[in-house]
Design a protein around this ligand. Structure first.
Ligand code: DON
Length: 575
């Protein structure tokens, strides 16, 4: 992709200020983290990461273990049949990279594949069943991370997930809620029903859910790496299963899948540094834009209504760019230099009218409630960091499992723009930049992020569909104001995404007086009945070495802090 690096003040700053910056930069005199920290959306996934670090692994091995365990215990959120973005920071040389394991459209995909004869979007075609599934990237990403960044063989880092799949785990309420929601899609696939339901119904709480086929697939990856999934017997099962149900995958689609190492989006601004997901995620681009606009206007001293209005207007403008310009830059030209230009951000920020909402100019569109996908954050004692957001898209993805694989396929094709201007399940509109094309990656909102403010490093991210990016923005601003991590992940949220032209507000997030004032300025308010998001965050104070971790109380996740000797070899035992 074109240069994704945005430099802020430092580019124009005189040489002496750079020296002062260096002198005070925590990196120059950092204290190593006093412990390891993991926050993930499921206690058993957090535990998998801990076991692998205790076996001598680093944060990257733990990321493999957590990702694989989530595929087993949180199948509605992410999995081997899905994809994601793993943002890595290697402490030894400060190498930072985004592992792009995003799904790709199969070669037979066409721009109009979800349209009927009249050019109308066919309801549900990109959400339920095999046609909705992109070519998975998660298995390739796990193998890549283990081979290039990890310290342990896959046989060790995948071991906790293999045990969880083989011996089972107790079904929890989050699982039951999601399975209930996607019952029809799961029932439509015999292999999915056999794997995730009991007698065609949602399993009772505490039921031990065993996934022997998934255990075998994980074992095959552990012993033969990427080829085990993308070629040979598992690939044949996947393609046969998909095609038998009317899908368009081929063996070549799987064989040709590759992860891509990409430079993350980086923004330096007033002693702060943002590192976040680059295209084909829109996350980092929008976060950088919004921070630049906020910097141009300044938020210091604003009351809650003014601050909320300003944030909403900034969100509106950034999400408008998402709809207009963003897509997979390996396939379409994205005017990134313009979209990330500091001057343009300043001009747009100055156009914000503090007394009136700027209309988004198009009619409101329906939006679905994003409740799954999965984020985890890891820091090890060497200072290696991982922020990863993974997905199968909608809860339980497409609901389809190819017999004999245990692999639940994603429905990430819905993240493409099925038709210019028509909304996807999150109400997001797009145009040709995000049109479907063979081999193309669909535009994402997943925003795994590192944020450095002075000495304090925050690693964060969340699910939430289109609302991911605005949640991370609010998290960064709370990090700026020094909010304790447990409060940062719990705090009430609000969101604007350009279209539909309205502010979504979590229950209790804003006072009635603030909502009334926003309405007076011309905003439409939608009061949500349910909370959204599931933020998992880790923090490291590089001056003191203090470490903190927090899991969003909206979910069932778990954050742990623990100590081990660094580099101790060993094997992983199941629980
Ligand atoms: O990549 C994306 O932006 C979406 N597939 C993420 C979906 C999501 O977060 C669903 N959960 N709430």
């Amino acid at each position: 992709m074109a240069d994704p690096v945005v430099t802020g003040v430092s580019r124009k700053a005189p040489a002496w200020s750079l020296f002062v910056l260096w002198l005070f930069s925590a990196g120059a005199m950092a204290t190593l983290p006093r412990g390891h920290a993991i926050a993930s959306a499921h206690p058993l996934a957090t535990e998998a990461g801990r076991l692998v670090i205790e076996a001598g692994g680093n944060a990257f091995d733990a990321a493999v273990a957590v990702s694989a365990a989530l595929a087993v215990v949180e199948p509605y959120g992410s999995g081997l049949g899905g994809g994601g973005f793993w943002l890595l920071h290697r402490a030894s040389d400060r190498h930072e990279v985004m592992i792009d394991g995003r799904e790709r459209a199969p070669a037979a995909a066409t721009a109009d594949m979800y349209l009927d004869a009249n050019g109308q979007v066919i309801n549900g075609a990109s959400i339920d069943g095999v046609l909705a599934a992109g070519i998975p990237g998660a298995p390739a990403a796990l193998v890549h991370i283990a081979e290039h960044y990890g310290r342990l063989p896959l046989a060790v880092s995948l071991q906790p997930a293999i045990i969880l799949a083989r011996d089972g785990f107790p079904v929890d309420e989050a699982y039951r809620r999601m399975a209930e929601w996607r019952l029809a899609a799961l029932r439509a696939s015999p292999a999915a029903a056999a794997q995730f339901l009991v007698g065609g119904d949602v399993p009772p709480a505490g039921h031990r859910l065993r996934q022997p086929d998934l255990a075998k697939t994980l074992e095959a990856i552990a012993s033969a790496g990427m080829r085990a999934f993308y070629e040979g017997e598992i690939a044949r099962h996947l393609v046969d299963g998909v095609r038998a149900h009317g899908g368009i995958w081929t063996l070549e689609d799987l064989r040709d899948y590759r992860v891509v190492e990409r430079a993350p989006v980086e923004l330096r601004l007033q002693g702060k540094r943002l590192v976040s997901a680059s295209l084909p995620s829109s996350g980092g681009v929008l976060l950088a834009q919004m921070l630049m606009m906020l910097d141009a206007r300044g938020t210091a001293g604003l009351g809650v209504a003014d601050r909320t209005h300003l944030l909403v207007e900034v969100m509106r403008r950034a999400y408008a760019d998402r709809a207009r310009y963003l897509g997979d830059s390996d396939h379409v030209h994205v005017p990134l230099a313009r979209v990330l230009s500091r001057g343009r951000a300043q001009r747009r920020a100055q156009q914000i009218d503090m007394a009136r909402a700027t209309p988004s100019t198009r009619e409101a569109l329906a939006v679905g409630e994003g409740q799954d996908t999965s984020h985890f954050s890891i820091l090890d004692r060497e200072g290696n960091r991982v922020a990863a957001t993974l997905s199968v898209n909608y809860p339980f993805g497409s609901g389809f499992v190819a017999a004999g694989t245990g692999v639940l396929l994603n429905d990430e094709m819905d993240d493409f723009s099925a038709r210019p201007g028509s909304a996807n399940v999150y109400g997001l509109v797009g145009n040709d930049a995000n049109a479907i094309a063979p081999g193309k990656r669909m535009l994402s909102s997943m925003s795994p992020t590192f944020y450095e403010h002075g000495d304090v490093v925050t690693i964060l991210g969340t699910p939430g569909g289109s609302r991911i990016i605005s949640q991370v923005l609010l998290g960064l601003l709370d990090a700026d104001s020094g909010l304790p991590l447990s409060e940062l992940v719990a705090k009430g949220r609000f969101h604007h995404q350009y279209l539909p032209d309205r502010i979504d507000v979590e229950p209790g997030a804003l006072d009635e007086s603030v909502l009334a004032e926003l309405q007076r300025r011309g905003h439409t308010i939608r009061r949500l009945e349910q909370p959204y998001g599931n933020m998992q965050a880790v923090r490291w104070d590089r001056r003191s070495g203090a470490v903190d971790a927090a899991a969003d109380p909206r979910g069932i996740g778990q954050a742990v802090l623990f100590h081990t000797e660094i580099g101790r070899a060993g094997s992983v035992q199941g629980r």
